[in-house]
Design a protein around this ligand. Structure first.
Ligand code: GDP
Length: 450
C-alpha cells in the first residue's frame, strides 16, 4: 500500500484522469483518504471532521491545471490548509509587560515542562538578551525543584530557591519580589503536573495565574501523546487563558498530528517545538514543514537543513581545492568525511527525516549496523599512521602492505579482512572523487547550502 497521501490520491484518481476540476463527485473518495492520513497521524476525530469540511469548501471548484491530477491538487489544498491552521498566530514569546515579564508553564507531568522552561530561558538569554530567573512551584516532587535548578544552570539563567514546605502561592509572591528587586526581565514559573488531569491541581494553577498575572501562559504538550493530547488541551484551556503552546518530543516518531488538534482546541498559537532532550533542543515551530510530516510526505526541508548544518564548508572547500590541484583524495580525507557524517547526527537522525516509503527498506537494525560500521571504520583509519593515511599506496600496493595491514587490524581490534574492506571503500570513493573534481562537489555543496 502506498504510504503517502500524494501517492494514495494519485492512485485513486487514475480513473478520473482528464477531469478538469474538483467536483462534489470526485472529491468524496479523495477526502476519505485525507481523513485516513490525518487519523493515522493521530489527529483527533472531531478535529479531523472539522478540518475536512474546511478543505472540502476550499477544494471544490479548484481548477486542475497543467500536468497535475485532481489528487495532487487536493494534496496541495490540504497541505496549505494544514500549514495555515497550525501556523496561525505563530510568534516569539511576548515580553511586553512591566518587568519581570512572567511566563507560566502548564501541562501534564512528563510533558517536558521543566526541560522546556530551561530551553526557553536559554532562548530568551541568547536570542532576546534578557536577564532570566526561573522558579519551581512544584511542591509535590522535591526532585522536580532540583531538576529545575540543574537545567537552569545549564541554560545560564538564575534559579530562585523554593521548597516543598512552601505554598505555590507564596513561592510566586517571593519570586516576583526577588525578580523585581534584582532587575530581572523575565520570570519563568514551572508548575506541578499530574499524570492525569486533576481538579485540585487545576484550581492551584488558576490561583497561581491570578497572583502572577503572566504575560504568557504556555501549555506544554507531548507530541507523542497523540489522541490523548485533545483531552489534556481541553482541560487546560478551560482552566487557563492560554497564550501559546509548546509541542515537545517532535524528535520522536509520531507524525505530530497533535499539533493540529491542540492548535484547534486551545485556540492558542504553537510557538515552539521541542526536538531533543538537550537544552538547545528548542525550535521556532515551522507549520509549513510540519504539515508535510503530518501528511506523511517526509521532512525534506529538515533533511536539507540537517545535511547542510553539519557540513563544514571550509573543510569542503579545502578538499575541493586539493582535488583540483591533482593531489587526490587520501585516507585522511576519507577519515574526515566519516567524522563529518557523525557530526551531522549520524545516519538514523538523517533517515528519520526522509519520507517513510524511502526508508521502509532500511529497518532500525540496519541503521544501527551502519552506525556501528562507521565507528569501526573510524577506528581502523585512526589505527593507521599519518604517513599511511597521506599515502594510501603504502597499503594498497606497497611492499610491506601485508604487515602494515596486520598491524592496523591489531591496533583497531579487528580482522585483516575488515581493514581490506575499508580500503576497498576508500578506493571506490577516491574514484568517485576523481570524477567529481573540477568543482562538481563544491557546486553540489553550495546547492545544498542554498
Ligand atoms: P515535566 O514533568 O513536564 O517537567 O517533564 P520533564 O521536563 O521532566 O521531561 C520529561 C522527560 O521528557 C525528560 O526525560 C525529558 O528529557 C524529556 N523531554 C522533554 N522535552 C523533550 C523533547 O523535546 N524531546 C525529547 N526527546 N525528550 C524530551
Amino acid at each position: 500500500m502506498a504510504s503517502n497521501l500524494t501517492d494514495r490520491l494519485s492512485q485513486l484518481v487514475k480513473t478520473m484522469r482528464g477531469q478538469a476540476r474538483i467536483t462534489e463527485s470526485n472529491v468524496q473518495e479523495m477526502l476519505r483518504e485525507v481523513r485516513m492520513a490525518l487519523l493515522e497521524a493521530d489527529v483527533a476525530l472531531p478535529v479531523v471532521r472539522d478540518f475536512i469540511a474546511r478543505v472540502k469548501d476550499k477544494a471544490l471548484g479548484q481548477e486542475v491545471v497543467g500536468s497535475l491530477n485532481p489528487g495532487q491538487v487536493l494534496v496541495s489544498v490540504v497541505h496549505k490548509e494544514l500549514a495555515a491552521t497550525m501556523g496561525e498566530g505563530v510568534a516569539d514569546i511576548n515580553l511586553a509587560a512591566q518587568p519581570p515579564a512572567v511566563i507560566l508553564m502548564a501541562g501534564l507531568q512528563g510533558a517536558g515542562k521543566t526541560t522546556t522552561t530551561a530551553k526557553l530561558a536559554k532562548h530568551l538569554i541568547e536570542k532576546r538578551k534578557k536577564k532570566v530567573l526561573t522558579v519551581s512551584a512544584d511542591v509535590y516532587r522535591p526532585a522536580a525543584i532540583e531538576q529545575l535548578k540543574t537545567v537552569t544552570r545549564q541554560a545560564g539563567a538564575e534559579w530562585f530557591a523554593s521548597t516543598p514546605e512552601q505554598k505555590p502561592h507564596d513561592i510566586a509572591v517571593a519570586a516576583i519580589d526577588y525578580a523585581k528587586r534584582h532587575y530581572f526581565d523575565v520570570l519563568l514559573v514551572d508548575t506541578a503536573g499530574r499524570l492525569a488531569i486533576d481538579e485540585a491541581l487545576m484550581a492551584e494553577i488558576r490561583d497561581l495565574h491570578g497572583v502572577l498575572n503572566p504575560v504568557e501562559t504556555l501549555f506544554v504538550v507531548d507530541a507523542m501523546q497523540g489522541q490523548d493530547a485533545v483531552n489534556t488541551a481541553k482541560a487546560f484551556k478551560e482552566a487557563l487563558p492560554l497564550t501559546g503552546v509548546i509541542l515537545t518530543k517532535l524528535d520522536g516518531d509520531s507524525r505530530g498530528g497533535a499539533a493540529l488538534s491542540v492548535r484547534q482546541i486551545t485556540g492558542a498559537p504553537i510557538k515552539f517545538a521541542g526536538v531533543s532532550e538537550k537544552i538547545d533542543g528548542l525550535e521556532v515551530f515551522d507549520a509549513e514543514r510540519h504539515a508535510g510530516r503530518v501528511l506523511g510526505m517526509g521532512d525534506i526541508v529538515a533533511l536539507v537543513e540537517e545535511v547542510t548544518k553539519g557540513v563544514d564548508l571550509a573543510a569542503a572547500e579545502k578538499l575541493a581545492g586539493k582535488l583540483k590541484s591533482g593531489s587526490g583524495f587520501d585516507l585522511n580525507d576519507f577519515l574526515a568525511q566519516i567524522s563529518q557524517m557523525k557530526k551531522m547526527g549520524g545516519l538514523s537522525s538523517l533517515m528519520d527525516k526522509l519520507p517513510a516509503q524511502m526508508t521502509a527498506k532500511a529497518g532500525a537494525a540496519d541503521m544501527d549496523n551502519a552506525e556501528r560500521d562507521m565507528k569501526r571504520m573510524e577506528g581502523i583509519l585512526s589505527a593507521m599512521t599519518a604517513k599511511e593515511r597521506a599515502n594510501p599506496k603504502l597499503l594498497l600496493d606497497g611492499k610491506s602492505k601485508a604487515s602494515r595491514k596486520k598491524r592496523i587490524a591489531q591496533g583497531a581490534g579487528v580482522q585483516v579482512q575488515e581493514v581490506n574492506r575499508v580500503l576497498n571503500q576508500y578506493d571506490q570513493m577516491a574514484g568517485m572523487m576523481k570524477k567529481m573534481s573540477g568543482g562538481g562537489m563544491m557546486k553540489m555543496m553550495k546547492k545544498l547550502g542554498g
